[in-house]
Design a protein around this ligand. Structure first.
Ligand code: PRP
Length: 220
């Protein structure tokens, strides 16, 4: 229970991560009725936690936490990696699991040949970092969605994208060539908030991590 006069403010990534976070908080016994009955409101409350909740796009969650207008945030590691900012991750929430992968047409030998390869991706920073770490020069084309189309249309030799179940790749005749990084939802914290409200924030993060660990054990 958090009793500080000023509520802690947390930004949740709208959509799936928001729903997973609300589910987790409810299983921890917190009253999320305001979030369940939110309509189009973006500013909500969890009264027993003395917590304000704002709903935002993933990139904006990081921006709000970085600027200190939110103390905490829940955002995917994919967004953290692509924005390339050094945010302080206080907990791995375990849900939203998927990974970044290099993928392309099934049976293609991506690493063969000397021609500079073209990579289509929604995540140019992640793709650039991956190939830089291999010392490999590539051309990167930014695509906004359904990146799987790019190798099928002949725009790129491969893609760097998120793979969750692998169904999209499979159903389009593509396959993973190499896994790049594991992704899951992270709780991030503003460093000044952590300094000034350290006990409160750490106690809350600990209770979240204990709940996740307990659920993991129960499932085994
Ligand atoms: C993501 C990702 C893949 C797909 C992977 O796309 O970019 O296309 O999900 O999921 P799977 O491995 O379970 O099939 P998203 O659904 O966000 O749509 P988008 O491609 O339009 O961005």
């Amino acid at each position: 229970m958090l009793n500080h006069e000023k509520p802690l403010r947390i930004a949740l990534t709208k959509g799936r991560l928001e729903k997973d976070t609300v589910g987790l908080f409810e299983r921890m016994g917190h009253d999320c009725s305001d979030l369940r009955d939110k309509g189009r409101r973006l500013f909500l409350r969890i009264p027993d936690l003395n917590m304000e909740v704002v709903l935002a796009k993933a990139n904006d969650v990081i921006t709000y936490v970085e600027h200190g207008v939110c103390d905490l945030g829940v955002v995917g590691k994919d967004t953290i990696m692509e924005m390339g900012r050094s945010v302080f991750e206080i907990a791995d929430l375990g849900f939203g699991r998927c990974h970044f992968a290099l993928a392309g047409r099934k049976g293609d030998h991506f690493y063969e040949g000397y021609a500079v390869k073209t990579i289509a991706t929604k995540y140019p920073r992640v793709a650039r970092g991956f190939f830089e770490s291999k010392g490999m020069d590539v051309d990167i084309v930014k695509i906004e969605g359904s990146v799987e189309l790019a190798p099928l249309l002949g725009l790129s030799d491969a893609i760097v994208d998120i793979v969750e179940t692998g169904t999209t790749l499979k159903e389009n005749g593509l396959e993973v060539f190499e896994e790049i990084a594991a992704i899951s939802a992270r709780m991030i914290v503003n460093t000044a908030s952590l300094k000034f409200r350290q006990t409160e924030i750490e106690n809350f993060a600990d209770s979240v991590e204990h709940a996740i660990a307990r659920e993991r054990t129960d499932r085994q």
